[in-house]
Write a protein that binds this ligand. Structure first.
Ligand code: FES
Length: 147
């Protein structure tokens, strides 16, 4: 599958980023085994590919849970109780950032603005953005998603 993704995109200008996005969209993360394949096909060193993966916070090198919760840590959300919400979410899921809950349901990631500042504090669960999130609202959301 990785070969097919790389073959399909390698002729695009700046192909590395679209390839990494596509690999992550498919697998949920960028498997270590994909790095030498990508490097060889793009005639880059493995270090260069690793460098790009580690530079962009968006890219993950480890498997994720069924759902990825992105918590906005930018200014507008912080001003509206984001820090309290963030601590609650970490405690509720039992993980820190970049961690996955023991039941493999949730992976927690920070994000810096979801474009939903007017409804701060905001989070995104997979592709769905939720605004004006309180600890109680987050608990209800988790209950809905896991029952
Ligand atoms: Fe949080 Fe913009 S600052 S959505």
């Amino acid at each position: 599958m990785i070969e097919r993704i790389v073959e399909g995109l390698k002729h695009k200008p700046g192909a590395l980023l679209p390839i990494l996005h596509s690999v992550q969209d498919h697998f949920g993360y960028i498997p270590e085994s994909s790095v030498p394949i990508i490097a060889e096909k793009l005639q880059l060193s493995r270090a260069e590919v690793h460098g790009v993966i580690s530079f962009y916070h968006h890219f993950r090198s480890h498997p994720v849970g069924c759902r990825v919760v992105h918590v906005c840590r930018a200014e507008a959300c912080q001003a509206m109780g984001g820090r309290t919400l963030e601590e609650h979410i970490k405690a509720r899921l039992g993980v820190d950032y970049h961690g996955t809950s023991s039941d493999n349901e949730f992976t927690l990631e920070p994000v810096y603005c979801l474009g939903n500042c007017a409804c701060a504090p905001s989070i995104r669960v997979n592709d769905d953005i939720h605004g004006r999130v309180t600890p109680q609202k987050f608990d209800r959301l988790v209950d809905e998603l896991t029952t």
